[in-house]
Design a protein around this ligand. Sequence first.
Ligand SMILES: *[C@@H]1O[C@H](CO)[C@@H](O)[C@H](O)[C@H]1NC(C)=O
Ligand SMILES: *[C@@H]1O[C@H](CO)[C@@H](O)[C@H](O)[C@H]1NC(C)=O
Ligand SMILES: *[C@@H]1O[C@H](CO)[C@@H](O)[C@H](O)[C@H]1NC(C)=O
Ligand SMILES: *[C@@H]1O[C@H](CO)[C@@H](O)[C@H](O)[C@H]1NC(C)=O
Ligand SMILES: *[C@@H]1O[C@H](CO)[C@@H](O)[C@H](O)[C@H]1NC(C)=O
Ligand SMILES: *[C@@H]1O[C@H](CO)[C@@H](O)[C@H](O)[C@H]1NC(C)=O
Length: 380
Amino acid sequence: MLAHFVLSLLGSSLLAQGAVLNHKQQPRDTTDAAAQWAPQGCWSDNRHNRTLAALGDAGTNVTNVKCQSRCAGYRYAGTEYSGECYCGDYLNSITSPLSDLACYMTCTGDDTETCGGPNALSLYWDGQAAPASTPISVNAGVDGWTSQGCYTDQVGSRTLSNGVATPRGASSLTVQLCVDTCGSAGYTLAGVEYSGECYCGNSTSTGAVAEDQSACNMPCYGNGSEYCGGANAINLYSFAIAPPANTSTSASSATATPTATQSTSATPTMVTSGLPDGYTYQGCWADLTNGRILSVQQPDSATLTPASCVSTCYTAGYSYAGVEWSKQCFCGKAIVNGGYQAVSSYALQNCHVACTGDTTQGCGGSRLMALYYSNATTSS
Ligand SMILES: *[C@@H]1O[C@H](CO)[C@@H](O)[C@H](O)[C@H]1NC(C)=O
Ligand SMILES: *[C@@H]1O[C@H](CO)[C@@H](O)[C@H](O)[C@H]1NC(C)=O
Ligand SMILES: *[C@@H]1O[C@H](CO)[C@@H](O)[C@H](O)[C@H]1NC(C)=O
Ligand SMILES: *[C@@H]1O[C@H](CO)[C@@H](O)[C@H](O)[C@H]1NC(C)=O
Ligand SMILES: *[C@@H]1O[C@H](CO)[C@@H](O)[C@H](O)[C@H]1NC(C)=O
Ligand SMILES: *[C@@H]1O[C@H](CO)[C@@H](O)[C@H](O)[C@H]1NC(C)=O
């Protein structure tokens, strides 16, 4: 609230001072390097919530002028901690003005001028009105890759083990550049993190767990309209190789791939037939991409199986039932929130973690729901 208030004050004072203001919407103009960059003082910043969303990448000898020319086309440029440069059309909502004393560090490229301080940004404005803001969203998938949501990540134990360089560097990172880089290196999983990092792998580390998308709250340096993970949080993508599991027959053939037969008899198997009340297996579905895909969650159960879940849903009059993450059971009359069947090899390999009620049976996975349907309840 305070930050909003301060920002609107700043905005109106900028408007009042601005010599040439253009209120019309314009496509980004990258030729205005000669813009009059005006100092706006010292502003707070932190690594979890960057005040300016784009990385300026001004090289090793940073000066304010160099950063501004890197930020040509953006409304704001800012230098920090002697050698960092950030650009953006907006300040984030939680920054606040600091005393000039907080921006005390000399620039790496000129020791007669200051380039911010620790968590403090020397801010400049190019004098033009900011364009209308675009909402940031999760890129649902591109080039055959599908979003698997947001996962935890740790420096000591990477969710995907191979950090890779993407074309034109961190400051240009987009989801598409990352998945294409991982795809051309032969990997089936890719992930973007901390605005500018790209990781590849064929499997996730054991410690990785699904997290709420709000932990993946950082825009990509190369595309401010989409998320590229967060601090210790990775937006994960998988490449779709397997065909859709359209029937119980094809679903059971999917679980019979070599990966499922390598280990001992304890490997849980997807239950695709023999269920009560007319329920049939509908494949593995992505959950939580835009919210829960079945609307009624039953209490977690220490004795869950697909059969127990479908019976619960049947008794309550729901035609859809879904099991997820060992112990969760969901019911619904329809699939909601844009639910879709997950067909990637990643999904098929990770959709049958052991049920709490029977470790030989599969009960979905993290954000992956094994879905069942019966038309026997449609009259209720
Ligand atoms: C700032 O970062 C924290 C931690 O990642 C996050 O919970 C919070 O929502 C962020 N705030 C904003 C305004 O982005
Ligand atoms: C940075 O400055 C140093 C010292 O002045 C100089 O030797 C070096 O070539 C400069 N590097 C670049 C990339 O300009
Ligand atoms: C930027 O992100 C949006 C949202 O994900 C996407 O539609 C668009 O294609 C992306 N642009 C580029 C150049 O990657
Ligand atoms: C990843 O998996 C794919 C498909 O199974 C395989 O072709 C590729 O060699 C693997 N890549 C690495 C680096 O293990
Ligand atoms: C389901 O998939 C299998 C193998 O991919 C295919 O042969 C079959 O025709 C499909 N069935 C339906 C109903 O689409
Ligand atoms: C329910 O599904 C079965 C099997 O697909 C079908 O034979 C039956 O006619 C269906 N009943 C209704 C009421 O749709």
